[in-house]
Design a protein around this ligand. Structure first.
Ligand code: AKB
Length: 316
C-alpha cells in the first residue's frame, strides 16, 4: 500500500488536478488535500481535506505527524503577476513554505518532496530559444527570484542532508477544471473561456509574445512520473526544464478560430508584458527526456480541442 501523501495548495490550478489524479492512483484516503481555503465541491468531497497555512511550520508538522505522511507535494505559491504587487508576501509564502517541508525531510519526518519551479527562473539575459537546462538565469521578477533561490536550496538540502526533493520548471499551464490565479501565462486559459462566452478576447500580452506552455494532463503526468522514478535516475536536484509546446497569442487565436469561426482577439499589453518579455520563448528539456523518460503528448491544436470540448460540456 502507498504511504500517505499530503498536497499543500490542493485547491489551486495544479493542486486540484494533482489531487484527483493521485487519489485515482493511490486511493482517496491516502491523499490528504490541504489549502488555506476550501476548494470546489468535487475536490472537497473526493477525500480527506485539512485547512492549512503553508507558512505555519507547527501546523504543517501537525498534519504530517497526524496522517504519518510520507510524501509532500508543495503547490502553494504566489505567482508572477501577483508577486510583483506584493513582493514581501510572495517571498515569505514561496520561501518559508519550502523551508518547512525541506526541514521536515531533513528531520526524517517525511521522505520525499515535490516542489514546483518555473520558467520564471530565467531572465532577460538568458538565451531565449531552446533555453538550456544550465545557462545564465538572472531572473528579474520577485516570483522568479523566489523560484531560483528555492532551486538552490533544494539542491543544497539534497547534497548536504540527502533530502529526496524533486522539481520541474513548469511552463504556463492550460487547464479547464480550475482557473489559474495571478500568473503571466493566465491569458492562455482565459482566452478559451472568453471565446466561448463572448466570441472575442482582449489579451494583456502583445500578439507576438511567444511563451512555453503545456496542457495540464501533460504537466500532471510529468509530475507523477518524476516522483515515481527511481532516485538514482534523478540527477538534477535543482529543477528540470520541461517543455510541452510554445505559441504566441496570435497563434492560439488562430487555433481557436478553427472551432469558433469569427472569433477575434485584440491586444492591450499591461505590466505583464515586461514579465513575459524576460522569459524564454522555448525550452530545451533534453535532460528530463533522457533521465526519466519525459515526452509531452499535447500540441496547441489538441489542447484547443480539449479545452473547448470540456468547457462546453461543463458550462452548459
Ligand atoms: C506564471 O505565469 O506566473 C506561472 C508560471 C510560468 O510559473 N504560470
Amino acid at each position: 500500500m502507498h504511504k500517505p501523501i499530503l498536497i499543500i495548495g490542493a485547491c489551486g490550478q495544479i493542486g486540484t488536478e494533482l489531487t484527483f489524479e493521485l487519489r485515482n492512483k493511490y486511493g482517496a484516503d491516502n491523499v490528504i488535500a490541504s489549502d488555506i481555503r476550501e476548494g470546489g465541491d468535487a475536490l472537497m468531497q473526493s477525500g480527506p481535506f485539512e485547512l492549512l497555512d503553508a507558512t505555519d511550520y507547527a501546523a504543517v508538522e501537525d498534519v504530517v505527524m497526524h496522517y504519518e505522511i510520507e510524501e509532500v507535494y508543495l503547490m502553494a505559491a504566489m505567482l508572477s503577476a501577483t508577486a510583483e504587487k506584493f513582493p514581501m508576501r510572495a517571498w515569505n509564502l514561496n520561501m518559508n513554505s519550502l523551508f518547512h517541508v525541506l526541514n521536515l525531510a531533513k528531520e526524517k519526518k517525511i521522505s520525499k518532496i515535490f516542489w514546483p519551479s518555473s520558467i520564471a527562473v530565467f531572465g532577460p539575459n538568458t538565451p531565449k530559444e531552446d533555453t538550456p537546462q544550465n545557462t545564465i538565469m538572472e531572473p528579474s521578477t520577485v516570483y522568479g527570484i523566489s523560484k531560483q533561490s528555492g532551486e538552490r536550496w533544494c539542491e543544497y538540502y539534497h547534497k548536504k542532508y540527502g533530502v529526496d526533493v524533486r522539481s520541474v520548471r513548469y511552463p504556463g499551464l492550460i487547464s479547464w477544471k480550475t482557473m489559474p490565479g495571478g500568473g503571466t501565462t493566465d491569458y492562455a486559459v482565459e482566452i478559451y473561456h472568453e471565446a466561448l462566452k463572448q466570441g472575442k478576447y482582449e489579451c494583456f500580452l502583445s500578439s507576438e509574445t511567444q511563451l512555453p506552455m503545456m496542457y495540464m494532463d501533460d504537466a500532471i503526468r510529468a509530475t507523477i512520473s518524476l516522483m515515481e522514478s527511481p532516485a538514482e535516475k534523478i540527477k538534477v536536484r535543482s529543477s528540470y526544464n520541461l517543455a510541452g509546446m510554445t505559441f504566441t497569442p496570435k497563434e492560439i487565436s488562430k487555433s481557436i478560430e478553427k472551432h469558433i469561426p469569427g472569433f477575434t482577439i485584440s491586444y492591450a499589453p499591461d505590466f505583464r508584458q515586461e514579465i513575459a518579455d524576460s522569459w524564454p520563448s522555448s525550452i530545451d528539456d533534453t535532460k528530463a527526456r533522457q533521465q526519466w523518460g519525459w515526452t509531452p503528448r499535447f500540441d496547441l491544436d489538441q489542447t484547443t480541442k480539449e479545452m473547448l470540448d470540456n468547457l462546453k460540456a461543463t458550462t452548459n
